[in-house]
Structures are given as C-alpha cells and as structure tokens.
Design a protein around this ligand. Structure first.
Ligand code: ZN
Length: 354
C-alpha cells in the first residue's frame, strides 16, 4: 500500500470513505455529517440497464426525468456541503466547490472529473470520459453548478459522438416539472431504526471490513470494483434515483413499480447466474445492508410459496426485483411475483413457484 496516501493502512480502502460515512445497524449508509444524506453502493450496470429498459417498456423516454431527478439531488447535496463549510467558518467560492465535488467523484467511483472552465453565470465545463451514467452524470453537474453559481444549467455533451466533456450552460428553468421532482427529492426516503446488524469494523478508519473484502476501491482511477463479479460500483446519494422512480409511479401509475421490479429481476438473474458457483444465497443476502440496499429478513418458504421482508430498501421495486431474481437463481426455478407490499421503510415480496 506504499505510496497511496489516501489508503487506510489497515484495510486499504480510502480513509475518507470510512470517516465520511456511517454503516448503520438498520441496513442503511448515511453521510457522517449533517444532514446525514443516505448513500447507496450501486451496481453501475444495473442502473444503466434500468432507465433505458423502463423507456422501452413504457414507450416513453424517461431520460429527462432522470436528469431532473439527479439535478435536484445535486443541488440539495451541494447546498448542504456549502452550508457545512460555512459552519466551519469558510465562505466557499464556486470554483472551490467544483474542485471539492470533483474530488468526491474520484472517491465515489463516479469517474475522474476534471474542471476545465468556469465562467460565472455562464458555463461550467467538466471533462469526464469514464462517467458512470450519461443522464445521471449530466444531472449531477447541472445541480452542482446551480448550487454553487446560482444559475439553472442545461448539461450538454460538447460532442455527442465522443461524450467526454459536459458543458453546463446557464439557461432559464422549466418550473413545473422541476417543482414535482423537487418535492419528491425533499421527501427523502423513509427508514426505520429497526435493526441489530453487527459489523466488524476496521480499527483504523472504521469502515466495516466486509466492504474491503467485497470491493477494490481506487480513487486514483475513480474505480470501485466488486471482486466477485468484476463489475463497477459507485457510492452515490440515494435520493435522486428514488425520486425518479416515484415520479414515474405518479405520472404513469403504480404498474410502473411492477415493471421496474421485472427489469431488476431480469438483471439479477443474469448477475447471480454468473457468480452462483462461488457464493451462496445467504452470503448474497448478507451483502444487501453493506450496500445500503436494506436488510432482507424473515425468508419464509412454505411449499411453493416464498415470502421475504426487506427492511429499509433504498427503492422498493428495485430491491424486490433483485430478491426475486436472486431466489430464482439459487432455488433453481422460475417464480412469479404474487404481491409486492410497500410500507414506510419496508417492502414485502411474495413469490410463488410455477
Ligand atoms: Zn480501514
């Protein structure tokens, strides 16, 4: 680990991650600083599969909604960051904020983000060739620009065919859609304190040791890689993506929740199908809370019926779909989703073998 100034000398993960976040007993990760915004370790491929698949299934391109949800989330996050700096007696300049967020991007695996240019009230240009998601990265930077500069920004690729540089150009806003998303983001994600998870923590940086067992984490190249699958992950705010899902449900009806669960299930079947010989169902369920996906409890199996409760899912439909596909792979049979019941801080999934 020599030469890696950022690395914890004990577990090898970036020290800032262990210090900046708390893994709670209830299956949730939050920032350690107020307002303790929830974060999630996302499977990038799952995310990038989800929204295009939703668009195809419903015949309506949801890209704009995704950008809007992430923009609003970016504003909220950046404002709270600036607020914390002010409390510490610092008056952050816009450029300082951009550089700080750029550093976070490296640590969270969002892709190296180099600030190329900033002109107050006009434009912010960021080079980020290894972005984690096209609409989400654009939404993030529009939100950061808005919070730090004070202008609404339209995030565009300078060259659509290369997608290397995002230009956030100051524009007038579109209040109606914005207000809707805004409300959803402000609602946050309800979660319950229920939980008694005990982690073994790194004695030096405090992060659960299982995180370093499961992930390689290198901020120098802005990459978090899951060891077992080789897939790219990111650590990112939970709210923006959840707000998009909720707006979709409200705009397009509750059926959208089932569509999302089906898309997640298809993805999960492929994912667990690849790794199933090197792991077990129990081991995979244990990984959920470490990623802030919530905690799967009370798996009940009676004949052809399965029932499982997830406490604090980061998104009811997405996590329900994951569990569905996971059970199918490890049980070795096809299941139908009989019912998905959501409540504040819970989702119950009822499955039946066919
Ligand atoms: Zn450590």
């Amino acid at each position: 680990m020599e030469g890696k100034k950022w690395a914890c000398s004990h577990c090898g993960l970036p020290r800032g991650i262990g210090k900046g976040n708390v893994w709670h007993k209830n299956g949730v990760i939050t920032a350690s600083q107020p307002p303790h915004i929830r974060g999630t370790l996302y499977d990038v491929e799952e995310l990038n599969n989800l929204f295009p698949a939703v668009s195809r299934r419903i015949g309506f391109d949801v890209t704009r909604l995704v950008i809007e949800g992430k923009r609003r989330d970016g504003v909220r996050y950046t404002r709270s960051l600036m607020e914390n700096l002010r409390h510490a007696g610092l008056e952050p300049r816009a450029m300082d904020v951009f550089r700080m967020i750029s550093r976070f991007c490296s640590y969270w695996g969002l892709g190296i983000a180099e600030i190329l240019e900033y002109r107050e009230g006009e434009i912010l240009s960021v080079r980020t060739p290894a972005y984690y998601s096209d609409p989400m990265a654009r939404g993030d930077w529009a939100g950061v620009f808005e919070a730090a500069d004070g202008s609404r920004g339209d995030p565009r690729w300078r060259d659509e065919s290369v997608k290397e540089i995002i230009d956030v150009v100051a524009v007038e806003g579109e209040p109606e859609l914005e207000e809707r998303i805004e409300q959803e983001v402000e609602l946050g994600i309800p979660f319950t304190e229920e939980g008694d998870l005990e982690y073994r923590h790194c004695p030096s940086c405090g992060i659960p040791l299982a995180v370093s067992e499961q992930f390689e984490w290198n901020p120098e190249i802005s990459l978090i890689r899951e060891r077992i699958s080789g897939r790219r992950f990111i650590l990112h705010n939970t709210n923006g993506i959840v707000a998009v899902v909720r707006v979709l449900e409200k705009e397009l009806g509750e059926e959208i929740g089932n569509i999302i669960a089906e898309i997640s299930r298809d993805y999960a079947r492929g994912y667990y199908g690849e790794i199933k010989d090197r792991t077990s169902m129990e081991a995979e369920l244990m990984k959920f809370p470490l990623r802030s996906w919530g905690r799967a409890t009370a798996l009940r199996k009676e004949g052809d019926f399965f029932r499982i409760k997830i406490v604090n899912p980061y998104s009811g439909p997405i996590v329900a779909g994951r569990i569905w596909g996971l059970l199918e792979v490890f049980e070795g049979r096809e299941l139908v989703l009989n019912k998905r019941e959501e409540d504040e801080g819970y989702v119950y999934v009822h499955l039946k073998a066919i």
